[in-house]
Design a protein around this ligand. Structure first.
Ligand code: BYC
Length: 473
């Protein structure tokens, strides 16, 4: 299997596509449809080149090659991480057996489903972010938007490759459907809830790349454990790119909080809307929203789907090999907190196998806390008393045990009327959204930045903030 990428090929790849003419032709047939979709649904700002990172090989030095690229000419390719010699299944009933290079018949439907769900999120996020190029706070941010978008496009290619290469006609049909469904479409929406929400402003973009891309990190991390080796190797490479997306989110929220804190200090009031800043209570409402729709992406706390995926070896746990148990989980139990009809929280013991979505979600929540901690440190350093926090995992949920209950951000179960009466304090209102949107005026002069966000502390690939990250038309 080659590890360098053939950029002269129509579809750059390190999967030896030239040796499989049928597959190559099928993917070359899908390529113009992808480009058509990108033209219609991709970023809407014309330019003469964006300073982008492109993978030229999957090895340590090659995957982050920087240069100005005319975005429609970006070379979306198919890259798998290098194989691990003698890799064995790490969990489930096939534990210890060699990993699979082909899809076992009995797991075909489940694997296809997982790949389709993963693949569906990638173009969805590009669609959600389509208009953000019209209102970026700086050229640096605009460049990051393009980078995130081209890589989500590449992640779509990654899943389409698997569908074409391993799932026959049905796989090809699913690959078509990935371009047919659209975020927010009333007739053919994206599969998972969060991917039908709008990302209408840059604070939402930073929250999305912090909270929703982080779900991507954890889902890809558990699919990386898969016994189906091509899926595992695909996810390993995707995770490298994903790290940049989360950096955009983490530092993006850092920069909003920093700017808001500066304005609070400068004007000695939390009411900084009139000074062109985003009030911290609106930042909190955005956290409440984006965090909770992202929690929904983990599915129900108890799930037979997740148990079956694990037992079959299709989807593992986060850092499966570092866990100190038997990696089969047939005997283990875990505690599950759940809302009771009397309005109190109770606890059950449930089989660990059934609670794997909860296990992954707990890892995710612990990771999300690190962001809130750093944002609060920024507030503290600026001498501002306001503190941000993650709401209770039962708050504002539409999937899982707490859906159908009215849970406040501090975890109290209340009746619908009480909850609705406070909704505007907890989640962004139409006025909040309109206000944030009113701040979203593009700033496309080199070295300049919008008033509601602080500049980044470092540029991209060692370049300064005032670098011409995007050459505008
Ligand atoms: N919305 O047993 P359950 C990323 C469905 S993000 C709508 O509770 P399961 C990225 C579920 O499909 C990572 N439907 O859950 C980020 C099932 O339907 P079926 C994406 C939902 O199956 C930013 C039924 O409810 N990757 O990469 O254990 C930018 C019962 O489900 C939702 C993956 O998610 C929802 N929120 O777990 C770009 C990995 N939640 O099958 C990219 C692949 C559940 O009965 N997916 N349902 O019709 C999976 O592992 C699982 O499908 C899920 C759900 C974790 C999503």
């Amino acid at each position: 299997m080659p590890t360098t990428i053939d950029y002269d090929a129509k579809i750059p790849n390190n999967v030896g596509l030239a040796d499989d003419r049928r597959l190559q032709r099928a993917l070359e047939g899908w390529q113009p449809k992808f480009l058509g979709w990108w033209g219609e649904m991709g970023p809407s700002l014309e330019n003469h080149g964006v300073y982008l990172r492109t993978a030229v090989s999957v090895g340590r030095d090659g995957w982050a090659h920087f240069g100005h690229v005319n975005v429609p000419d970006y070379r979306w390719g198919i890259f798998l991480a290098e194989p691990t010699p003698d890799r064995r299944v790490a969990f489930g009933e096939h534990k210890g057996e060699p990993v699979w290079q082909q899809v076992p018949g009995e797991y075909r439907a489940d694997l296809q489903r997982l790949i389709v769900v993963q693949g569906d999120t990638e173009p969805a996020s590009v669609e959600q972010q389509r208009l953000l190029g019209l209102s970026a706070p700086s050229l640096y941010d605009l460049r990051n938007l393009f980078q995130v978008n081209v890589e989500e496009g590449r992640h779509l290619w990654a899943m389409v490759y698997l569908l074409h290469a391993y799932f026959g006609r049905e796989g090809r049909e699913e690959a078509e459907a990935l371009l047919y469904r659209n975020s927010g479409s009333p007739d053919a929406p994206r599969i998972l809830g969060a991917f039908n929400e709008e990302t209408a402003d840059w604070l939402a973009f930073f929250m999305f790349t912090y909270f929703t891309d982080r779900d991507g990190k954890y889902q890809l991390g558990s699919l990386k454990e898969s016994a189906f080796d091509p899926l595992s190797r695909t996810c390993v490479f995707m995770l490298k790119e994903e790290a940049h997306h989360m950096m955009v989110g983490t530092t993006g929220v850092d920069r909003v909080v920093t700017r808001s804190a500066q304005l609070v200090r400068e004007h000695d009031t939390l009411d900084i809307a009139a000074c062109g800043g985003i009030p911290l209570d609106i930042v909190q409402k955005y956290i409440n929203f984006h965090y909770t729709v992202s929690l929904d992406l983990f599915g129900s706390e108890t799930s037979t789907n997740a148990a079956n995926y694990y037992t079959a070896g299709l989807k593992g746990r986060w850092q499966e090999e570092r866990r100190g148990d038997d990696h089969r989980l047939t005997e283990d139990g875990v505690r599950l907190d759940k809302p009771s009809p009397d309005g109190s929280w109770g606890a059950d013991e449930v089989p660990a196998l059934l609670a794997l979505n909860l296990d992954l979600r707990d890892e995710y929540i612990a990771d999300c806390r690190t962001g809130v901690k750093r944002w609060n440190r920024i507030l503290e350093e600026h001498g501002v008393d306001f503190r941000l926090r993650l709401p209770h995992p039962g708050f504002n949920r539409h999937v899982g045990l707490a859906s159908g209950h009215h849970v406040t951000p501090d975890g109290t179960i209340v009746d619908e009327e009480t909850w609705e009466a406070s909704r505007a304090h907890w989640l962004p209102t139409a006025e909040d959204l309109a206000f944030v949107r009113s701040l979203m005026q593009p700033v496309y002069e080199r070295g300049k930045i919008a008033s509601w966000v602080a500049p980044p502390t470092a540029g991209i690939n060692g370049k300064p903030f005032d670098y011409e990250y995007v050459r505008l038309v």
